[in-house]
Design a protein around this ligand. Structure first.
Ligand code: NAD
Length: 334
């Protein structure tokens, strides 16, 4: 039967959820729950990420691409389009720019357009926070942060909620940016110290790396037994934050194995054949209790947080529902 022109052009309503609305309805708790839940669904096989497209477009030094997936249980289908424009900060803009499009999985119709900049930061912080919650030693006291860019304060705030930290130490290539981390520590009444990467390794029980580095910033023998590392900056081929030997010595977990070995921190150790894909565990298995996670107080655990599309879709879907419920989303007829 022929489709009538009316059916092809029938208008429908979509939601527009602004960056501002996202900030009002998605806090750290909502992001943590959404991300933990989707990691669990991924490990059970009820949600999956589609292959990532990420291209250097040869303009403005930008990396642009798509992260997408489908959560069959939550019925969330969509794509985050965007990337990284290194010159944006100089113009007063965030270097990461992205927008999430959510689609009706029953019809394919566009349901919502959701600002992705704040959500990217809060879901990335939730990812390392989930790893700390499930893998760090309960008695972790010193938190180390490598990196002091846009993501870093989100990372710090989310991490501080996971353990009873007594001190924060940090290093950044541009030391003047460390003030933003020091300010967060001041708010929490926590001592803060700027240190060298080696001194950071010697003191820290939990380390978050969140830089755009393309060579190791931390050497293996600088890391204490029992440390948990959340390596969050490496999300592209060629990037690297820690010595590849560390991945051979640590127990390695990730948000998604396919991304971990191709664009994540594990890409180098896997290429050097000192880490094998079977040795990498999706963190969802720890959340679902099908993997024990940390097995001893001496073990070094490392979470390779590459950033998956399902994280974006989970927080964007929660933002769209909450913004609609609170009258904070705009309705537009398409
Ligand atoms: P940003 O541009 O605001 O900050 C970049 C940080 O990296 C700064 O601390 C800078 O000093 C540091 N840096 C840059 N080049 C370096 C080098 N060669 N050696 C050492 N440090 C270097 O970026 P941001 O928004 O804070 O993001 C940081 C990184 O995290 C980016 O590379 C980004 O792609 C990545 N990221 C990952 C995810 C994920 O889900 N895994 C999500 C968002 C961002």
């Amino acid at each position: 039967m022929e489709t009538s022109p009316k059916a092809l052009t029938q208008p429908h309503q979509i939601l527009i959820v602004s960056e501002d609305a996202c900030q009002k309805v998605i806090g750290r708790r909502e992001a943590f729950q959404a991300v933990e839940s989707v990691f669990s669904s991924t490990a059970k096989g009820s949600a999956y990420n589609f292959p990532v497209v990420r291209e250097a477009i040869g303009h403005a030094g930008a990396l642009y691409g798509f992260k997408s997936g489908f959560d069959r249980e939550g019925l969330v289908l969509g794509v985050k389009a965007g990337g990284y424009w290194p010159g944006n900060a100089a113009q007063g803009l965030t270097n990461h720019q992205s927008t999430v499009a959510l689609f009706d999985p029953d019809t394919g119709q566009l349901k919502a357009l959701v600002g992705g900049n704040y959500l990217t930061a809060v879901r990335t912080a939730a990812s390392s926070a989930v790893s700390i919650a499930h893998l760090a030693r309960k008695n972790a006291k010193v938190l180390g942060i490598i990196g002091a860019g846009f993501q870093s304060t989100f990372q710090l705030r989310a991490a501080l909620e996971q353990r009873d930290f007594a001190k924060v130490v940090a290093w950044n290539a541009h030391p003047e940016h460390l003030a933003r981390l020091a300010d967060v520590c001041k708010e929490h009444g926590l001592p803060f110290e700027a240190v060298s990467p080696q001194a950071l390794g010697a003191q820290s029980d939990v380390i978050i790396t969140i830089t755009s580095a393309s060579e190791p910033l931390l050497q293996t023998d600088w890391i204490k037994p029992g440390t948990h590392l959340a390596c969050m900056g490496t999300d592209t081929k060629g990037k690297q934050e820690v010595d590849q030997q560390l991945l051979a010595q640590a127990t390695v977990f990730t948000d998604e194995i396919a991304q971990s070995i191709s664009i994540g921190e594990a890409q180098h150790a896997v290429a050097a054949a000192i880490l094998f894909v079977e040795q990498i565990t999706p963190i969802g298995e720890v959340i679902n209790s099908s993997h024990p996670g940390r097995k001893s107080e001496q073990e070094i655990t490392l979470f390779d947080g590459t950033g998956v599309g399902l994280q974006d879709l989970a927080v964007a879907s929660a933002a769209a529902s909450l913004a609609e419920a609170h009258g904070l989303a705009q309705r537009v007829t398409l």
